[in-house]
Design a protein around this ligand. Structure first.
Ligand SMILES: Cc1ncc(COP(=O)(O)O)c(C=O)c1O
Length: 445
C-alpha cells in the first residue's frame, strides 16, 4: 500500500483542528480557565423554536411504521430542493430546477468533495487568506495552486489571475477578512471565467450577513454565471446549524457538471439526515426566518461592538459590516506567534503595548500578581459593552499564517476583565503566503 503522497504537502493538522488541540492543551495546563473560543466560526445562539419543533416531529415520524423512512435520496428530498429554489433563488429572479440543487451535510464537505470532479492537471486559483479547506482539498489532489493575494491595497478583493487558471475559488462575504464583492466586481470574475473557460466555485456560506443592497447574495445574480459557476451554501452560519449539519450545492445544468456531481454523490454519499432536512425546510417558514434574523442581528451587533472597540483603541480594522469577520492588523509588526495574549503578561517586551492600550480602554493594566484585586471603577461601563461579548464568546481565530497576529482575544478579554487569560494560537507550517500581515477574528460571540 502506498499512501497519497500529496498528503505530505499538507500542514500536519487542519487549521481548526490544530487550534482545538492547542486549546485543549492549554485547558489541561490551566484547569478552570475561562476561554473565549474564537478558533472557528461556530454559532452560540439557540435554534429558533420552529426549527427544533420540526426536528422533533421528524424524529417522531421515525418511530412509527406508517411514517418511518430509510435512506434519503442522495441529492436530498425534492420538497427541500424546491423550497430552496422558491424561497432563496426565485425572489432574486433566479429560476433553477430543483435537480440543480444538491442537499448535503454542510458546505465544508461539499467544498472538499467537489475536487473529485476535476482532473489533477487543472490549475487552481485561491484567495489568500481564505477558508483553508479549498487549499487543503487541492493539495490532497496534487493540483497546482496559485494564491491570489487579498491585501489592504486591493481592499481584500483579489486581482484577476495574471495567467489563465481553470478553477477559481471565491468566498464572499469572506472568511476571514470580511470583504465583500459588489455586482460589478463579481461580473469581472464571471467574464474572466467565460474568456478563459474556467469554473468558479463560489462559497456563499455567509451571504445571510449581507445588508448592503449592492452586494450580491448569489453569483447567479450576475448574468452568464450559470455556465461558469457552482455555488455552495450552508445552513450553519445563516441558521445556526453547525451541529444539525445541512448545506447545499447548486450545479447548474449549463455547467455540464450536474450529471457528474449526481453520479459522484450516488456513489460516495448516502444522503443527508431526514431530521436535518426537515430542520432546513423549517428555516424558510415565516417564524424560522424571523428567528434566524434575530440571531443574525445579535451576531452583527457583536461584530460592530468589536469593530468599534478596536477602532477606538487605534487599531487598523476591516470587515465586520456585511460579514461576521473582523480583520485587524497587528501593531508594531508583531505576529501571531509573538503576540499571544498570555505572552502579553509574561513577556516584558509587550509591556509598552499594554501601557499604550490600557489607558485608551481606561482599564487597569492587568498583572499576574494582582489578578484578584478589586474591580476597577470603570468596570460597570465595560461590563455593559461586554455582556454580549463574554456571555457567549465562541471563537478566536485568528490566524491564517505566521505573519498574522491576534489582538482581538486580548481586547475582548480586557473588555470583559473577568477572564485572566485567554488563549490564542496559530498553526505551524501554514501554506498561505506570507504577504498578508493581518489576522481574523470571527465574531460568533
Ligand atoms: C467560508 C466557509 N465555508 C464553509 C464553511 C463550512 O460550513 P459548514 O458548517 O456548512 O460545513 C465554513 C465554516 O466555517 C466557512 O467559514
Amino acid at each position: 500500500m502506498k499512501i497519497n503522497s500529496h498528503y505530505s504537502a499538507l500542514p500536519a493538522h487542519y487549521l481548526f483542528h490544530d487550534i482545538d488541540l492547542r486549546v485543549q492543551t492549554y485547558l489541561t495546563q490551566h484547569p478552570g480557565a475561562r476561554l473565549l473560543r474564537m478558533g472557528i466560526g461556530d454559532v452560540t445562539r439557540p435554534l429558533p423554536r420552529v426549527i427544533v419543533d420540526a426536528m422533533q416531529r421528524a424524529a417522531e415520524e421515525l418511530a412509527h411504521e406508517e411514517t418511518f423512512r430509510g435512506y434519503c435520496p442522495e441529492n436530498g428530498y425534492e420538497w427541500l430542493r424546491q423550497t430552496i429554489v422558491d424561497h432563496f433563488f426565485l425572489p432574486r429572479g433566479i429560476p433553477f430546477h430543483p435537480d440543480e440543487v444538491f442537499i448535503s451535510e454542510g458546505a465544508g464537505s461539499d467544498l472538499g468533495n467537489l475536487s473529485d470532479l476535476f482532473d489533477r492537471e487543472n490549475k487552481v486559483a485561491i484567495m489568500d487568506p481564505t477558508y483553508p479547506a479549498y487549499v487543503d482539498a487541492n493539495i490532497m489532489a496534487g493540483r497546482e495552486i496559485t494564491l491570489l493575494p487579498c491585501l489592504k491595497e486591493n481592499n481584500f478583493v483579489p486581482d484577476l489571475p495574471a495567467e489563465p487558471v481553470d478553477i477559481i475559488y471565491l468566498c464572499f462575504p469572506n472568511n476571514p477578512t470580511g470583504a465583500v464583492l459588489t455586482r460589478d466586481q463579481l461580473r469581472l470574475w464571471v467574464d474572466y471565467a467565460h474568456r478563459n473557460h474556467s469554473l468558479i466555485i463560489f462559497d456563499a456560506a455567509y451571504e445571510a450577513y449581507i445588508s448592503s443592497p449592492d452586494i450580491p447574495h448569489s453569483i447567479y445574480e450576475i448574468e452568464g454565471a450559470r455556465e461558469v459557476a457552482i455555488e455552495v451554501h450552508s445552513f450553519s452560519k445563516s441558521a445556526g446549524f453547525t451541529s444539525v449539519r445541512c448545506g447545499y450545492v447548486v450545479v447548474p445544468f449549463e455547467t455540464g457538471l450536474q450529471p457528474l456531481w449526481m453520479r459522484r454523490q450516488c456513489t460516495k454519499y448516502n444522503g443527508t439526515a431526514y431530521v436535518s432536512q426537515r430542520a432546513a425546510e423549517a428555516t424558510f417558514t415565516p417564524e424560522g426566518q424571523k428567528g434566524i434574523r434575530d440571531n443574525l442581528c445579535y451576531y452583527k451587533e457583536t461584530a460592530s461592538l468589536i469593530l468599534n472597540g478596536l477602532r477606538e483603541i487605534g487599531l487598523e480594522v476591516y470587515g465586520g459590516e456585511n460579514a461576521p469577520y473582523i480583520w485587524c492588523r497587528a501593531p508594531h509588526g508583531w505576529n501571531s506567534w509573538t503576540f499571544l495574549p498570555s505572552g502579553l503578561y509574561a513577556r516584558s517586551r509587550f509591556r509598552p503595548l499594554w501601557r499604550r492600550i490600557c489607558p485608551l480602554l481606561r482599564l487597569r493594566q492587568p498583572s499576574i500578581r494582582h489578578r484578584s484585586s478589586p474591580p476597577h471603577p470603570c468596570l460597570p461601563r465595560i461590563t455593559s459593552l461586554t455582556r454580549s461579548v463574554s456571555s457567549a464568546a465562541s471563537s478566536l481565530s485568528a490566524c491564517y499564517h505566521p505573519s498574522s497576529s491576534s489582538i482581538v482575544s486580548d481586547v475582548i478579554r480586557r473588555f470583559s476583565q473577568k477572564i485572566p487569560f485567554s488563549y490564542f494560537s496559530v498553526p505551524k507550517n501554514l501554506h498561505i503566503s506570507k504577504k498578508s500581515c493581518t489576522f481574523a477574528a470571527d465574531l460568533f460571540l
